[in-house]
Design a protein around this ligand. Structure first.
Ligand code: SF4
Ligand code: SF4
Length: 309
């Protein structure tokens, strides 16, 4: 199940990318900017500013779960019935998530092949967690590779190795997250320890796929210098990890939580300052540069490595 296909991205792999977002993630990061990616089944999104007040959704709801103002009471909603999203032509209630066959998805990806061929680029499978869809991922990545389309994966790394190992021969590059190096904190904040993630990163690197490691810098959660230094130490000796990217927290996904009837737990958390980001980048580089690797964060579409500060 795919919940979004986004064209013309320039930040998630080389060149111009088509991003394909898989639905379903085994982790629960409280700062997640794509909460619609978390469940493995289709969600119902509510967008009240589009509602024209026709009342058709209320008439069709078998549960009387829709209030006079059009708002769904999720406690009573059956979710899988989808009568309201089927009837709402204003798209004020929408299904998030659609099943694609391999043929259907490839048809979408290949629409931009001319751009990949001329300018470089390809497809990036993101999510959600694409590695938990190992068999499907292998099939679509294989079709792309056969057609000379570069394949990149964005992953949180939390999936059994057996689940996705057959896809590895068809992957050109990976972006993998390490959010917290302390497994206990990882479990408390995200819902699972990090052992499986670190082990997968090690195995994928030994397999030979180039990897960029990423850490979202979230004030009060992942921004302690010990955390960034610990992650830099871990990746310093991995053979195919060349770069470490710090991603400054943002709250752009907050409105999506309301659309899903979910609570945004990081209300009031402010993005880290440039100064804080530079300090962390410098700290990581003090460890990584000795191994020929570098850390950076993106500022104004440029890689900032802290050297000028
Ligand atoms: S069917 Fe759509 S437009 Fe009509 S009341 Fe329901 S949400 Fe609003
Ligand atoms: S999906 Fe939920 S809110 Fe929508 S019609 Fe069905 S029960 Fe009612």
């Amino acid at each position: 199940m795919i919940f979004n296909i986004q064209k013309c991205s320039i930040h998630d792999g080389n060149g111009l990318r088509t991003l394909v977002f898989f639905k379903g993630c085994p982790l629960r990061c409280p700062w997640c900017a794509n909460p619609e990616s978390q469940s493995y089944t289709a969600d119902i999104g509510e967008y009240p500013n589009k509602c024209i007040g026709c009342g058709l959704c209320r008439d069709r709801c078998p549960q009387n779960a829709i209030a006079a103002d059009g708002h769904i009471n999720r406690q009573f909603c059956l979710e899988e019935c989808k009568n309201c999203t089927d009837i709402c032509y204003a798209e004020a209630k929408r299904n998030i998530g659609k099943d694609y066959t391999i043929e259907e998805l490839y048809k979408e990806i290949k629409k931009d092949k001319i751009f990949y061929d001329i300018k470089g680029g390809g497809v990036t499978f993101s999510g959600g967690e694409p590695l938990t869809h190992g068999k499907y991922l292998k099939e679509i990545a294989e079709v792309c590779q056969k057609n000379r389309i570069n394949v990149c994966i964005e992953s949180c790394g939390y999936s059994k190795f057996e689940e996705f190992k057959d896809a590895l021969p068809f992957i050109d590059e990976m972006f993998m997250d390490i959010k917290l190096i302390d497994s206990q904190k990882h479990k408390e904040i995200i819902g699972a320890g990090n052992e499986l993630i670190l082990e997968n990163i090690r195995k994928i690197s030994e397999y030979g796929i180039p990897i960029t490691i990423r850490t979202p810098v979230v004030p009060g959660y992942t921004d302690e210098p010990e955390n960034i230094a610990g992650i830099a130490e871990f990746i310093s000796t991995l053979p195919t990890v060349k770069e470490y990217e710090l991603l400054a927290y943002h709250n752009l996904g907050e409105s999506k939580y309301a659309a899903l009837g979910k609570e945004y737990l990081l209300k009031g958390v402010k993005p880290p300052s440039d100064e804080d980001m530079i300090k962390l980048v410098k700290l990581a580089n003090s460890i990584l540069n000795k191994y020929g690797k570098k850390c950076f964060y993106m500022k104004d579409n440029k890689k900032e490595e802290g050297t000028k500060c």
